[in-house]
Design a protein around this ligand. Structure first.
Ligand code: ADP
Ligand code: MG
Length: 276
């Protein structure tokens, strides 16, 4: 791939939306692979007990594998659980195992329960250009850990009827974390996913999202594509599964836009607009 400028500091990006099935995991792994193909060093943190990002990256995550659970609950260093993604140079993954399902409860009684991921990432010494965190479909302590660890939030929005429902809740949570725990946090990026150019509805949803979040929405929308949905069952991203497909090209282009954007300041972020 073409080179992208490397960011001056590691950009930690939280991929969040408390709705399930909107394309968080798909976006995390495919953007991460795209950024790596553009020449960057990228770490994916799988923060969903389902472990879908680990599966999609072909990374071992059966119950005995050291994972993000040990990092969050036992304080194990991130370096001890990071695995390389064999298919893509410069791409790494911290897997999630089923243990993580219990972490939401176990974290409650631990000290610094909201900032354990942030501390682990800060202590990680390998150079990284990007960290992408794949969140579970909830706004519990795991997602809060992600929001404390990151500076940017990327929200994937599925171009369908209920697309904007629940967005206000997410934006308010981002605002709460910004106010109390992480002053630099802001919604930097919105990505339209599963865009079906043949339907009027998709176009209408896209237009509505763009009118409310003109600065944050990437120009590139990710099309609905069978190749994108097939890739995880081969333990691959669409970038290696079918590099010439429209899905692969659109993620490469979205990654390019993301990489070329300067990091905006927190003050005027989308979190200030709570009309949903
Ligand atoms: P989430 O992580 O938000 O729950 P996923 O990324 O797992 O969402 O996506 C939900 C489902 O939609 C998955 O089966 C995935 O393969 C499929 N999917 C995601 N993006 C696309 C796309 N652009 N085209 C076709 N299918 C997609
Ligand atoms: Mg997911």
């Amino acid at each position: 791939g073409e080179g992208l400028p490397r960011p001056a500091e590691t950009r930690v990006i939280v991929v969040a939306n408390q709705k399930g099935g909107v394309g968080k995991t798909t976006t995390t792994v495919n953007l991460a692979a795209s950024l790596a193909l553009h020449g960057c060093r990228v770490l994916v943190v799988d923060l969903d007990p389902q472990g879908n990002a680990s599966t999609a990256l072909g990374v071992d995550h059966h119950a005995e594998v050291p994972s993000i659970y040990e990092v969050l609950v036992e304080g194990k260093p991130l370096a001890d659980v990071v695995q390389p993604v064999v298919e893509v140079e410069g791409l790494f993954c911290v897997p999630a195992t089923i243990d993580l399902a219990g972490a939401e409860i176990e974290l409650v009684s631990l000290v610094a329960r909201e900032s354990r991921l942030q501390r682990a990432i800060e202590a990680y010494e390998q150079p990284l250009d990007y960290v992408l965190i794949d969140c579970p479909p909830s706004l519990g302590l795991l997602t809060v850990n992600a929001l404390v660890a990151g500076r940017e939030v990327l929200i994937p929005i599925q171009c369908e009827y209920y697309a904007l429902e629940g967005l206000g809740q997410l934006l308010r949570n981002v605002e709460l974390v910004r106010a109390h725990l992480n002053p630099q946090l802001h919604v930097s990026t919105i990505l339209l996913t599963m865009y079906d150019a043949r339907t009027r509805l998709a176009a209408q949803v896209a237009e509505e999202v763009r009118s409310h979040f003109s600065k944050e929405v990437l120009r590139t929308a990710i099309p609905r594509s069978v190749r994108i949905s097939e890739a995880p069952s081969y333990g691959q991203t669409v970038l290696t599964y079918d590099p010439g497909s429209s899905g692969a090209l659109s993620y490469l282009e979205a990654a390019r836009e993301l990489g070329l954007r300067s990091v905006p300041e927190a003050e005027t972020g989308a979190a200030d607009r709570q009309d949903y």
